[in-house]
Design a protein around this ligand. Structure first.
Ligand code: FAD
Length: 305
């Protein structure tokens, strides 16, 4: 059970991949999968994109993990542009391919987070409905997205929390937090959940900002909430790729240490389909998992909660 493994925390990190669009990326990605497998992540998540090819690629990568590795896949799925019947088919395909765990997401219109949300006429309106559908179709553990700064469409943090708890009521058993630049944002989300009486396991995302391009990606996800300290640390290196990378890595290591010191058990690491940054973080933070089954623990080492 994925949540039992998260709570036991014998394995301390998860890693995220996105389906590759070309042969060269697919090959590089698979080499990354093989290298990271050796560090024993608790799961590897596979994002779900817009467009048929990308969607098929997502199912293919998740089921390939089952067939060719001992890494547990977590398949992201969104309700974008598909009827409920089509979503049920995708879920059946995943389950038939041995993928047990699903991250149920609403998604954004054709991948554009700024366009107003339009559900498919015969589809789903919110992620809580996809949580229910996934469980009906035989998914094992279902997770959802959580937003430290509130989802951009949420009027306030209380409403946002209510909707997160609605997804839990629908059957979600863990969440992965949207990236933020500030560890404090994540800790405040955790405090809000605790104040509401929830012990939902929430994984913080960690993406080392190792190039100006990655900085741009993160900026888009955090809607302008970019702290001035980050500028102060990275701006001096804008013209020196190597130094920028080193400083970005250092920031991620410091963030990871702070999260672990705050009692966070499992960190969700973004691979961007390459192994080296994840390997560096896992090594620096001491996150490599022990040999053996994730929650087997015949020695009784894990097993909290
Ligand atoms: P929801 O939970 O449905 O929330 C959307 C909005 O509706 C929020 O404002 C919420 O408060 C509100 N709301 C929720 N439930 C209700 C309700 N019952 N009634 C009224 N209002 C409600 N996108 C992809 O396309 N592919 C991916 O692989 C992907 N992976 C992601 C992974 C993570 C960890 C995160 C954080 C996001 C990911 N996304 C992905 C982006 C995500 O699809 C968008 O952020 C999307 O805008 C919100 O999805 P959601 O599942 O949170 O939606």
């Amino acid at each position: 059970d994925l949540v039992a493994d998260l709570r036991a925390a014998r394995r301390r990190f998860s890693v995220e991949f996105s389906p590759a669009h070309d042969e060269a990326t697919a090959e590089r990605q698979w080499r990354a999968v093989e290298r990271l497998q050796a560090l024993r992540p608790v799961f590897a998540s596979v994002t779900y994109g817009a467009g048929g090819g990308d969607r098929a690629g997502s199912v293919e990568l998740a089921t390939r993990l089952v067939r060719e590795t001992d890494v547990r896949p977590l398949a992201h799925l969104t309700a974008v542009g598909q009827s409920t019947a089509e979503l049920a088919d995708v879920l059946d395909e995943l389950v038939a391919g041995g993928v047990r765990d699903v991250l149920a997401l609403r998604g954004d219109p054709d991948g554009d987070p700024r366009a107003p949300w339009e559900p498919h006429p015969e589809g789903l309106q919110h992620a809580d409905q996809l949580v229910r559908l996934a469980l009906q179709r035989g998914a094992g553990t279902v997770g959802v997205a959580a937003f430290p700064l509130g989802h951009p469409e949420s009027p306030d943090l209380d409403t946002d929390l209510r909707h997160l708890l609605g997804k839990v009521a629908a059957g979600a058993r863990f969440a992965i937090a949207q990236l933020t630049f500030d560890v404090e944002d994540f800790l405040r989300l955790r405090d809000r959940l605790a104040a509401a009486g929830s012990d939902l396991p929430v994984l913080p995302g960690l993406l080392p900002v190792t190039s100006p391009r990655v900085l741009e990606v993160t900026r888009r996800l955090t809607d302008g909430h970019e702290p001035s300290w980050l500028h102060r640390r990275l701006d001096p290196f804008l013209d020196d790729r190597g130094a920028f990378r080193e400083e970005g890595m250092q920031v991620a290591v410091e963030d990871g240490r702070r999260l672990l010191a705050e009692g966070v058990e499992v960190l969700h690491l973004y691979s961007l389909n390459a192994a080296s940054n994840v390997e560096a973080l896992v090594t620096e933070l001491g996150l490599a998992g022990p040999e053996g089954a994730p929650d087997g623990a015949p020695d009784g080492a894990g097993g909290a909660g």
